[in-house]
Design a protein around this ligand. Structure first.
Ligand code: 8YV
Length: 310
């Protein structure tokens, strides 16, 4: 009988997915470097989240690693150069999560502009009928700028369009067949729009892309939505701008140092905060989990990966 390949799970997955993993593989949960030691040389595959990635010291400790199967689309927390050098394959769950991440972007936009979470706190605090509550802001007719026009960005555009908002976008290059106005500068886009939605990967190139100049161009009536990566925003600058009301509000699913959220944001009613929940639906996490496993199965059967990055 052939033994099941040993897999290291860095980031937890849903129970039914974990069960299917255990059916096919000898499953080890990551519990720190010390615990990893005795089994490290047996590990042939890793599963991890896009946010959790694979720390360089863990990758270095796994001499027989063949594949990193990412439960997400972001590879910013994985050293792809080193993986490639060692011939380690990397797969993501591209293609199954875009709609739900786009929904999170739209949900955050509606919430922060209409004050839904703020008003929920108001009602729960028993203030209704006792304190005045300010009016919120309309979405219809407003301009939305999408930063990054890949799978997720283009779906956000469709949804914003359906809300009868005017879509424009920034990307490195104009996209063929896309009729929304294209901006070749993020500052110019921020200046033009009421809402800026970030949908770029976290790369050295996008790091701190939303800086003071972009925030000031967005201005006191502008909103920022981030479902991408915390690293895309200069977070201290954003916190200062929100505190000083130099922008109107923000909807944030991602942060620089998760799960740390800047303390100053917790007190602000014009900020909607999420715990990196863009893909966290039962439907999508199930589809993602199966794709993570199917990529592992393909690797160990000597077949092409379904959704490879390298
Ligand atoms: C995470 C994400 O992978 O797709 C990504 O890049 O950020 C998320 O889907 C999620 O935390 C699952 O672990």
């Amino acid at each position: 009988a052939t033994s099941k390949p040993d897999i290291l799970m860095i980031d937890p997955m849903p129970d039914d997915i974990t069960q299917r993993l255990a059916d096919h593989f000898t499953l080890h949960r990551y519990r720190g470097m010390d615990a990893l030691g005795p089994v490290a040389s047996s590990i042939r595959g890793v599963t991890t989240g896009g946010g959790a990635g694979l720390k360089p010291e863990i990758m270095a400790a796994l001499p027989h690693l063949e594949i990193i199967s990412v439960n997400g689309v972001g590879t910013d927390q994985i050293d792809l150069v080193e993986a490639k050098r060692r011939g380690i394959r990397v797969a993501t769950t591209q293609g199954v999560l875009d709609d739900d991440v786009a929904d999170m972007a739209i949900g955050l936009m509606i919430d922060v502009m209409r004050g839904i979470s703020a008003n929920d706190r108001f009602v729960r605090a028993g203030h209704w009928g006792k304190l005045p509550v300010p009016n919120s802001h309309a979405l219809t007719g407003k301009k939305v700028g999408i930063v990054g026009f890949g799978q997720i960005g283009s779906i956000i555009a469709e949804r914003a369009d359906a809300l009868r908002m005017a879509v424009a976008y920034y990307a490195r290059h104009r996209k063929d067949g896309v009729s929304y106005p294209y901006f070749d500068s993020i500052v110019a886009l921020a200046d033009h729009v009421d809402v800026l939605i970030l949908a770029v990967p976290g790369t050295p190139e996008t790091r701190n892309m939303v800086n003071r100049a972009v925030i000031d161009a967005l201005g006191p009536n502008g909103y920022l939505i981030n479902i991408a990566r915390g690293s895309v925003v200069d977070e201290p600058e954003l916190v200062a701008a929100l505190t000083e009301k130099r922008i109107a509000g923000a909807g944030l699913d991602v942060f620089v140092d998760e799960p740390h959220v800047p303390e100053a944001l917790l007190a602000l009613d014009n900020v909607v905060l999420q715990a990196h929940r863009g893909t966290s639906t039962v439907e999508v996490r199930t589809a993602m989990g199966h794709l993570v496993i199917d990529n592992l199965l393909a690797q160990f059967a000597g077949k092409p990966l379904l959704t490879p990055v390298i």
